[in-house]
Design a protein around this ligand. Structure first.
Ligand SMILES: [Zn+2]
Ligand SMILES: [Zn+2]
Length: 216
């Protein structure tokens, strides 16, 4: 098990000996965790936002120039997307991802890799990582072509680029999600004229799915 993937730059001596969450580093009780495939992790903008927030804190201390920062962007993508083993994820961090929770919990309990585990081509996660980079650093990474903005999230006003994952929520489902408290606040915009739907970005969708699962 490749624990602590989020801190791959640590030296061997610094690596914890007990299992920890591969996203936040908190100690992990395996049977209460989730095992995610690399694909489920690196296609999550929320994961990258969390990760790049740590990276930025470090870069600010080191005073890196633009090309050094972009080098870090490329290298981080290459290393994370190349992970062969599953990622052990804690309950808190599970809100960052959209995945099959029953399957991921079952894999953690049995200590087996989830289906579709293994490396992902870095190009597949570039868009999600770049969108997160823009959020954290307030500028799009100059070494990545910037797509068109397709929508704005009706819940958090985040830009949703063409090719990003988003959820379209019709009125009946919206009413149900609001009544059940899974969506805690009224959307800030919408419904979309013509379709009577609301658009949820991937980070909002991941939080909504986590909330739905916990209320079962
Ligand atoms: Zn965690
Ligand atoms: Zn959103």
């Amino acid at each position: 098990m490749g624990w602590f993937k989020g801190r791959l730059s640590r030296s061997e001596a610094d690596r914890p000996t007990r299992p920890v969450c591969d996203s936040c580093g908190a100690e992990l009780e395996r049977t209460k965790s989730y095992y995610l495939a690399t694909r489920d992790v690196v296609l999550s903008e929320s994961y990258w936002t969390t990760h790049f927030t740590l990276v930025k804190a470090l870069q600010d201390k080191l005073v890196m120039d633009d090309s050094q920062q972009l080098g870090v962007f490329d290298e981080t993508l290459r290393v994370a997307s190349g992970q062969r083993s599953p990622w052990g994820i804690c309950e808190n961090c599970s809100e960052l991802f959209t995945f099959d929770r029953d399957e991921a919990r079952s894999c953690a309990i049995r200590d087996v890799a989830p289906p579709r585990s293994g490396p992902v081509h870095p190009a597949e996660c570039t868009l999600f990582a770049a969108a997160a980079w823009e959020r954290v650093f307030d500028r799009w990474p100059a070494n990545v072509p910037q797509p068109e903005v397709a929508y704005t999230c009706d819940f958090c006003e985040k830009k949703i680029y063409a090719g990003e994952i988003a959820d379209v929520i019709p009125r009946t489902r919206m009413q149900q999600l609001r009544a059940e408290g899974i969506i805690e606040h009224d959307p800030v915009s919408g419904p979309r004229p013509g379709t009577d739907t609301w658009v949820s970005c991937q980070p909002c969708m991941a939080r909504q799915l986590a909330s739905q699962y916990r209320r079962r």
